[in-house]
Ligand binder design. Structure first.
Ligand SMILES: [Zn+2]
Length: 238
């Protein structure tokens, strides 16, 4: 019976459209996983996790000065703390992604028999907080700590998200700032996805300094800072 329903549904899709197109337009992308973009385009992406935070408003001004569009992977708890800043990010035209609600530690969640349910709830919680503060639905998501496993990708796909990790990032480590900046600058390349963090307090000020260096380097190399929908050629339906 299941097979018959499947046949009926798929054949009716063929009848009406000639070939199958998902209703949302971007449904084919759900469940895809990226950690870089095409090296053939003169573009790269800046992505900021865990925010909004203390430095985010200054970061918005810096990005605007350089004509850069970025992607912000927000957590529900940070959005509830800084709802006005989240709204400002959206109003500035940056792309907003879901970084889950409470940023659980997934190597631990992995051991729970309810891990799928926990992640699904975390995604819904993040999405609800973001939508309430910004009016935006999220299509892109990044796992806390980039946690990437088969079961994670299944839940993420079932929820209709595109999962994105990164080409390079080190701003959460204890590396000295000059070495850290050099690391970022050497990765300002076509198709790169750079990870930084705007969530948290004043200690994130170095993220501003490194962002400025990255944007100047990009200008020298003729690379444009674009958000992930542009870098990965994905229509968000907006
Ligand atoms: Zn994070």
């Amino acid at each position: 019976m299941r097979k018959l329903i499947f046949l009926l549904v798929t054949s009716s899709c063929f009848l009406f459209t000639g070939y199958w197109i998902p209703a949302a337009g971007y449904g084919l992308e759900a469940g895809k996983f990226y950690s870089d973009g095409s090296p053939k385009k003169a573009e790269f992406s800046l992505t900021y996790d865990d925010g909004p935070g203390f430095i985010t408003e200054d970061l918005l001004k810096l990005l605007e000065r350089h004509g850069a569009r970025a992607t912000f992977f927000m957590t529900g708890y940070s959005v509830r703390k800084y709802p006005e800043v989240a709204a400002k990010i959206a109003a500035a035209g940056h792309l907003i992604g879901n970084h889950t609600d409470k940023h659980e530690f997934y190597p631990k969640v992995d051991k729970s028999p309810d891990r799928e349910k926990i992640l699904a709830k975390e995604l819904d919680g993040g999405a609800a907080a973001i939508e309430k503060a910004t009016g935006k639905k999220t299509l892109f998501m990044r796992m806390p700590n980039g946690y990437n496993r088969d079961w994670v990708r299944k839940v993420v796909a079932a929820k209709g998200y595109i999962m994105v990790n990164w080409t390079y990032g080190s701003d959460w480590t204890a590396i000295a700032e000059d070495k850290m900046a050099a690391g970022y600058l050497s990765h300002v390349n076509p198709g790169a996805i750079l990870l930084m963090h705007d969530g948290g307090g004043e200690s994130r000020a170095k993220t501003l300094r490194i962002t400025e260096k990255v944007l100047l380097e990009a200008k020298k190399k003729g690379l444009k800072a674009v958000a992930l929908d542009t870098l990965l050629d994905i229509k968000t339906g907006e």
